[in-house]
Design a protein around this ligand. Structure first.
Ligand code: SAM
Length: 345
């Protein structure tokens, strides 16, 4: 373990490295800033349940993120729920854009959104200091999209948001699509064309058992091998090497050199051995794995008066206990206590 004990903040700032007991270096933090969402995607939410967890004040998220960054987090992704619903988001991004890592580099700051409010916010987000953005979009035709989101008019809003983000220079612009057999698996080829036409990087994501209801089964998952085979029939693909160890997406270039797609395959080709992520929920709990059965109440400690050294020690201990891997599809698999929208995707 690189950091044995959080003795002084200055020693931590210069030696920052957050590791777990499996030897993985943790440098990627996902922070949910609300579990409210304006979409009711059929594979994510039941449509009846609303927000279930409190939100912290923006300054409390910032204080906690500062402590994580002191410990070696270099990448912060804001998520939710739907992060664009959160009041104070722009001010939060302004502060994060000014928050250097211990080495003096800027934070790698990103945000994941459903894109519904992005048309009006792309420019302000860029001006606040956000560099890149990921938009979730599960179909490229309006009827299919709106059957999934259960919000009329949502397709046009998201398309306008994507184009506004591109115009604002929030690049590279990534589009995440969760494929489900029987819902939107007919969209694979259309998405490949969309990626090329709209100059965006589309990433297909295998469906994981993280929904509020009960929809997941191995049969609903569209695996990486099938996605690649189908696109290859009309648009030949060339596998690209990973840009960094632990890159979650398998990347492929189109053979004519115009654009690329990625596939994130946590189910058929799990990448837990290279996981560099932890999560902070909207109510300030650390989750060391999407599928954790336990949460660690970091905010509870802050509220009880812990100073930054206490918070660092708690984070170091917690990260040591990060799970080796998930157990999707194995006998006895237990869904986590929270679903994706309440964890922060
Ligand atoms: N509202 C934002 C958005 O739509 O991107 C952020 C939160 S959303 C929960 C984050 C991502 O998780 C979305 O891309 C969504 O499609 C994905 N997601 C939700 N449930 C999932 C599941 N069961 N398996 C895989 N991805 C899922």
């Amino acid at each position: 373990m690189a950091l044995v004990s959080p003795t002084t903040s200055s020693s931590i700032r210069t030696n920052a490295r957050l590791t777990d007991s499996h030897g993985r270096v943790i440098h990627d933090l996902r922070v949910s800033i609300t579990d409210r969402c304006n979409y009711k995607c059929v594979y994510c939410r039941t449509g009846e349940a609303g927000a279930q967890y409190p939100e912290l004040a923006i300054e409390d998220y910032l204080r906690l993120i500062r402590v994580f960054v002191d410990l070696g987090i270099t990448k912060v992704r804001l998520t939710g729920g739907e992060p664009l619903l959160r009041r104070g988001l722009l001010e939060m991004i302004q502060e994060l854009a000014k928050m250097p890592t211990p080495r003096g580099d800027p934070l790698d700051l990103a945000l994941t959104t459903n894109g519904h409010l992005l048309h009006g916010l792309a420019e302000p987000l860029k001006a606040a200091g956000l560099r890149r953005i990921t938009v979730s979009m599960d179909a490229v035709d309006a009827p299919t999209f709106e059957r999934i989101t259960r919000v009329p008019g949502s397709f046009e809003k998201v398309l306008a948001g994507i184009r506004a983000a591109r115009a604002a220079g929030l690049m590279p612009l990534k589009i995440n699509c969760v494929l489900l057999r029987g819902f939107n698996d007919d969209q694979v080829e259309a998405f490949a064309h969309f990626a090329r036409h709209e100059n965006v990087v589309v990433r297909f994501i295998e469906f994981m058992p993280l929904e509020e209801g009960r929809l997941w089964s191995p049969e609903v998952v569209v695996p990486l091998s099938e996605i690649v085979a189908r696109i290859n029939r009309t648009l030949p693909l060339i596998p690209l090497p990973p840009r960094e160890p632990g890159e979650t997406a398998r990347r492929y270039a189109f053979s004519d050199g115009q654009g690329e797609i990625g596939i994130i395959a946590p189910v058929s080709q799990a990448f837990c051995g290279a996981c560099s992520r932890i999560r902070l929920t909207s109510d300030g709990k650390i989750r060391t794995c999407l599928f954790s059965q336990v949460e660690h109440d970091l905010y509870g400690r802050l509220r009880a008066g812990a100073d930054n050294d206490d918070l660092r020690a708690y984070i170091l201990r917690t990260v040591q206990g990060k799970e080796a891997r998930h157990h999707i599809g194995e006998p006895g698999f237990l869904k986590p206590s929270r679903s994706m929208v309440h964890i922060g995707g």
